[in-house]
Design a protein around this ligand. Sequence first.
Ligand code: SF4
Ligand code: SF4
Length: 171
Amino acid sequence: MKEALKSVFVAIPTGLSITFRHIFRKKVTLEYPDVRPEFEARYRGLHYLTRYPDGAERCVCCGLCAAACPADAIYMVPGEKATGERYANIYEINELRCIFCGMCEEACPEEAIFLGREFEFSGADRASFIWTKEMLLANYDNVEKKRTVASYKPLIRSDKFQFKMPAGDLH
Ligand code: SF4
Ligand code: SF4
């Protein structure tokens, strides 16, 4: 009897007081996917590979991003064009291994690899988390290019030949 009275006159009013205290506060939940979350500027999501304004790929397959990656998540195989330029014949990131630390974008001398804002890339099997070069470029072409142009992470080097060695004898 004593316990029942305690429930009615103490526990229930205490519980209701907590409910009423929170009922007029600002909601912290979102009606996702109708309402999209706003992430902090420093948020690091799905990677993308960038291009020069003429559409050429920036990545020269130097391997620095893979060397810097603490999770061993980046795999690449270089190729060479008829002009002698290097490019990534294969470039893959295993997004399951990735810890989204951002070391790859810090290491890249070509401003070719970045972590973007995309967070919706779930999959039903492991293979669907291997993001190939084509997929990473498409993420730039279709999504991240518009974002980088609009606000943050502007590409510093837009001129493909800015760092070309000067002609003539250097000695
Ligand atoms: S964000 Fe970090 S863990 Fe992920 S691929 Fe880049 S360097 Fe590796
Ligand atoms: S993304 Fe950058 S660091 Fe990685 S291989 Fe390409 S050019 Fe080198």
